[in-house]
Every structure is written in structure tokens, then in C-alpha cells.
Design a protein around this ligand. Structure first.
Ligand SMILES: [Zn+2]
Length: 245
């Protein structure tokens, strides 16, 4: 391991922090599309529910009108049967016309009952539609607010990401090439892509295991690059009394 200065280690720590923040921001930004899509889908669902409600009202109205024309048709037939009744020459004809009229009147009476029920159902369905429409506009403004928040945050995060990219360039440019290469190699082998970690009270903050006392002593001098013997990350001594880091 090459010998290093405190500043170089500090720069590496800084670089690692920038990279962690970049990953975090990228992960957060990657959820934006899905979050917006979910909001849009909520709205679409509510809209669909309104459309469905309108269709069922249309259906009820159609049924109502069909019954209405049935009733009208029956009334016409009743008139004809009444004409037949008064023109009937035999008792059989008379009885048959009378029965026709009774049957038609019965049918109409049932149809009219159904029509009253349809009117009730239409009124009920229209009330539901009204409620759904009100809910929709409430949802719409809520979704818009949420969308604005998400997009505003995303814009801020993109801005921060841009700034961090610039900062990353500066910091990585200030690090010794050999050390940077070692850092990148070590990082590549870690699942969390973290290549440098602090050691607090002789405990590696990467793997949470103790490092040997001799190494801990050397680490506190901070004049050479050390690696955790267990997780192999670059380690640095984190002074508990210092406020930084
Ligand atoms: Zn470790």
C-alpha cells in the first residue's frame, strides 16, 4: 500500500461520500416515472369509474324508453282491440277481444311498475355519478399537487446530481492516480460499491469486525493506506473527538 497524506485520504473519503450521494439520488430519480405513472393511473381509474357509471345510466334510460314504447304499443293495440270489441258479432269474438284488452292492460301495469323502479334506479345512479364526479375533481387536484411535488423534487435532485458530477470531477482529479486506481479496484469487489470506510474504536464500519490492535495503532498515525483484513476495504481512523466526518 502506498504511503499517503491525510489530505489524500480525506479526498478519498469525500469522493466516496459523493459517490454514495450520487447513487442515492439516481435511485430516487429512477422511481419518479413509476410514481407519476401510479398517480396518473389512479386518476384514470377514477375517470373510468365515472364512464362506467354514465354507461349504466344510459343503459337504464334505454331500458326505460324501450318499456315506454312497449307501453305505447300496447295502448295502440288496446285501441284496436276495443274497436274489435265493439264490432264483435259473436260472444266468442267479444270474449277474445276482452281478454286481449285485459292481458295488454296487465302487461302495461307491470311495465309501468318496472318503469317507476327504473326512474328510482336512474336517480340513484345519477346521485352516485355526481358523487364520483366531485370525488374525481378532488382527486385530480390532489394528484396534481403530488405530481408537482414529485417533479419539483426530481428537478432539485437532477440539479444536485449535476453539481455532484462537477464536484466528483474536481475531487477525483485531486487524488493520486495510483490510490484512485486502488480505490476503484476495491470498490468493484464490494456489493455496496463502497471502497473506503472509517474505523471507529477499532471496529471497521464496513464489515463491523475488529481490526488487529497493531493495525489500529498504525492507522491512527494516518501515514499509509491500510485495508481492512476482513472486508478488504480501505480504512481510515475516525477520531471520535473530531466533529468532522
Ligand atoms: Zn472491514
Amino acid at each position: 500500500m502506498p504511503s499517503v497524506t491525510q489530505e489524500q485520504i480525506a479526498s478519498l473519503v469525500k469522493l466516496q461520500k459523493i459517490e454514495i450521494e450520487i447513487s442515492r439520488l439516481k435511485a430516487e430519480l429512477s422511481t419518479v416515472d413509476h410514481r407519476i405513472e401510479t398517480l396518473d393511473n389512479n386518476l384514470l381509474e377514477a375517470k373510468q369509474s365515472i364512464e362506467n357509471q354514465k354507461s349504466s345510466i344510459d343503459e337504464l334510460n334505454q331500458k326505460y324508453r324501450a318499456y315506454e314504447s312497449d307501453v305505447q304499443m300496447h295502448l295502440d293495440r288496446i285501441k284496436k282491440s276495443e274497436a274489435k270489441l265493439s264490432a264483435s258479432k259473436t260472444n266468442k269474438e267479444y270474449q277474445s277481444s276482452l281478454k286481449e284488452i285485459d292481458d295488454l292492460k296487465d302487461m302495461n301495469s307491470k311495465k309501468e311498475d318496472d318503469m317507476i323502479e327504473f326512474l328510482d334506479r336512474i336517480e340513484e345512479a345519477e346521485n352516485v355519478l355526481k358523487a364520483k364526479t366531485a370525488e374525481f375533481s378532488e382527486l385530480e387536484s390532489k394528484m396534481k399537487t403530488e405530481k408537482d411535488i414529485i417533479q419539483g423534487e426530481a428537478e432539485e435532485n437532477r440539479q444536485r446530481l449535476d453539481n455532484l458530477g462537477v464536484e466528483w470531477e474536481t475531487v477525483s482529479g485531486s487524488i493520486n492516480a495510483e490510490m484512485l486506481a486502488a480505490f476503484n479496484r476495491i470498490k468493484a469487489n464490494q456489493t455496496d460499491k463502497i471502497g473506503i470506510v472509517a474505523v471507529k474504536d477499532a471496529v471497521c464500519q464496513g464489515c463491523h469486525l475488529n481490526i488487529p490492535p497493531q493495525m489500529y495503532n498504525e492507522l491512527q498515525r494516518g501515514d499509509s493506506l491500510k485495508r481492512c483484513p476482513i472486508c478488504e476495504r480501505i480504512i481510515y481512523w475516525k477520531d471520535q473527538n473530531k466533529r468532522s466526518e
